[in-house]
Design a binder for this molecule. Sequence first.
Ligand SMILES: C[S@@+](CC[C@H](N)C(=O)[O-])C[C@H]1O[C@@H](n2cnc3c(N)ncnc32)[C@H](O)[C@@H]1O
Length: 281
Amino acid sequence: MFNEAELFYGHGTSTPIDDAIYLIFSTLDIDLSSDYERSGRILKSSELAELDARVELRIRDRKPVAYIVGKAWFCGLVFSVDERVLIPRSPISELIQNRFEPMLKLPPTTILDLCCGSGCIGIACALEFAGARVDLSDASSECLVVAEENIGRYDLLDRAQCVNSDLFASLSGRSYDLIVSNPPYVSMAEVESLPFEYHHEPRLALLSDEEGLAIPLEILRQAETYLNPGGILVLEVGSGAEALCKRIPEVPFLWMEFAQGGDGVLVIRAEELHHYRECFI
Ligand SMILES: C[S@@+](CC[C@H](N)C(=O)[O-])C[C@H]1O[C@@H](n2cnc3c(N)ncnc32)[C@H](O)[C@@H]1O
């Protein structure tokens, strides 16, 4: 059915079969790693009706499964999601699992997840670096309700907190060993051409002016003020990588390579941000 409907996969799955398993197993509350065929479970008519309704939402409305079932995975962790937040899928997950080595020499004690959405990046960092305090900031107060819920889910209320902030505007006086950000970086022209699944996601989560570079450039301009000496900025710019390199070819960004797929993530040190600060204007 999913095959015939020509759905788009890119919100946590890449094939119709994976998408269907995600939908069915989550709806029936079955562990994704279990061997369902051997369970002998017989479905109730209410479960079948619920499945039908959800398949309809996926096919007719092109709604991504994560929003239908209300959860998504990132770094092997489950997060509550709904249409207030982007569905987690950043390749930064691989960098977190590798503890940002070799770019980080020491475990960070202060971390900022800038543009945090569901909080997936900041929360995964907090769990990876057990001694760190983490700020999760976003301009959308609606997002932060979801991020708070996810912070509670992982019992991190004592060292992870949400801040409602337009980029760094409400973070003055704070400084971090590590700033990680997956900000909006999609241009208006690109947004318009995205498959319908993406139109369920908040526009604020995707859209950035100037060929998608307006928000990433603003982050590059300001981040040095909020980084401790030796600190690093990890910034996802996705398909904006080429445009960024063309615009400021003199800055030696370190572009990450991913074994699990993905690209468009740069790393730059506080000292380099300072050295090249005139280039970001
Ligand atoms: C691409 S989403 C990423 C969400 C999350 N980090 C993730 O990887 O799933 C970008 C986020 O940036 C937020 N955002 C957009 N403009 C912002 C701004 N000016 N200041 C702070 N956050 C902003 C959006 O609300 C959205 O949650």
